[in-house]
Design a protein around this ligand. Structure first.
Ligand code: ATP
Ligand code: MG
Ligand code: MG
Length: 351
């Protein structure tokens, strides 16, 4: 096919659409709100609700392949798209949209999440916090991102300062990790799987701040096991496209945090740092093209997110370092805590 539909209008869709354009495809976006950052780079855009069946049908009729950049697209909307046009498989959305389902699914494949309990009332919250203990985190099962929809319980005395938010949650024990990393893979229609190197991911207040290579030694020691699990997840979902699993590297081995059935912020470095970026390989996979090489091309890499008002001075900062690559997503309002763009700095070319 020559027209790709993308569900969701954020920066991931924007970067996906830019790769698709490079490969000669037209992109049509779909998101409930207009004026999205993906729309800027799309050939056409549907600003219609996820429940708007005629609009979804019209969108699908203009596309050859449909994918998503956002894991909270309602499954009911995705089911309006003819299944043979869709990649990845919607089952991946169903699992990844719910933290409880996701943890159970990954546990079923041999993965180890943090100790957790399902919480559907204030009494269940207190019970879970009592059993699992503090420190811990209460997380809504659905719709959280960048640390939103999460409440940290620092000590047993702080249990009362957090309240059940009235939506299904999980309470999980805080993992005493040495480093965080993610496994980002791409799986082709024929089942071939390729991995990018795993960066060291540092978060601030629940939001990714930097992804760097080389990662600490412990990441290298645990990445094979983590990749094994990620591959099993991809196979169990008959996944096509880029899939991400986030992990904590701990003294007891890799602990699974969560998955994202899409390209990922911790993979933005692949645009300059890998032979083929996550965005390009996602497009290649969903279009049934051969996958590109995922090898890292540099000995050191740093991706740093640009958050809030930092974006306002980013163009000036280009003068400080001629080798820094600036990516701005074109968001008009530099609201506090909003991901506005990122910097990528690659070091020496690897031998
Ligand atoms: P994303 O934007 O990655 O989707 P999210 O809102 O889904 O974020 P999580 O990945 O669950 O949030 O948590 C965000 C960050 O908070 C983690 O990367 C980690 O730094 C910290 N965190 C979350 N859960 C735990 C835990 N159980 N133990 C230790 N740290 C945790
Ligand atoms: Mg998440
Ligand atoms: Mg996360």
């Amino acid at each position: 096919g020559s027209t790709i539909g993308i569900l969701g209008g954020g920066q991931l869709g924007r970067m996906m659409a830019m790769s698709a354009a490079q490969l000669g495809y037209k992109v049509i976006g779909y998101a409930p709100e207009g004026d999205t950052v993906a729309e800027d780079v799309c050939h056409d855009f549907f600003a219609n609700g996820w429940g708007d069946k005629p609009a979804l049908a019209a969108f699908a009729s203009k596309c050859d392949v449909v994918t998503w950049e956002f894991e909270n697209v309602p499954v009911s909307a995705v089911e309006m798209i003819p299944p043979q046009m869709l990649a990845p498989h919607p089952r991946a959305l169903e699992v990844a949209q719910d933290r409880l389902k996701e943890k159970r699914f990954v546990e079923g494949l041999g993965g180890t999440p943090a100790p957790y309990a399902s919480v559907d009332s204030d009494a269940e919250y207190r019970d879970a916090a009592g059993r699992i203990g503090a420190p811990g985190i209460l997380k809504t099962c659905r719709e959280g991102y960048d640390g939103k929809g999460q409440w940290r319980v620092a000590t047993d005395r702080d249990v009362d300062s957090v309240r059940f938010p009235g939506r299904s949650c999980v309470y999980e024990g805080f993992v005493d990790f040495e480093a965080e990393f993610s496994v980002i893979l791409v799986r082709a229609k024929d089942g071939e799987v390729r991995f990018w190197d795993s960066t060291h991911n540092v978060h601030h207040a629940g939001m990714l701040s930097t992804s760097t290579l080389p990662a600490p030694a412990i990441v290298g020691e645990q990445v094979e096991e983590a990749r094994g699990l990620a591959k099993k997840v991809a196979e169990a979902l008959n996944y096509v496209g880029v899939l991400t699993l986030e992990f904590f590297a701990t003294a007891k081995g890799p602990v699974f945090n969560e998955m994202a059935p899409r390209v990922h912020n911790s993979g933005h470095w692949t645009i300059e740092g890998a032979a083929t970026s996550q965005f390009e390989n996602h497009i290649r996979a969903v279009c049934g093209l051969p996958l590109g090489d995922t090898t890292t091309r540099f000995a050191s890499i740093e991706m740093r997110n640009i958050v809030g008002a930092e974006a306002l001075t980013a163009h000036e900062k280009l003068a400080d370092d001629g080798e820094a690559h600036l990516h701005l997503y074109g968001k008009s309002e530099a609201r506090e805590g909003r991901k506005m763009g990122h910097w990528t700095r690659v070091g020496q070319a690897s031998a």
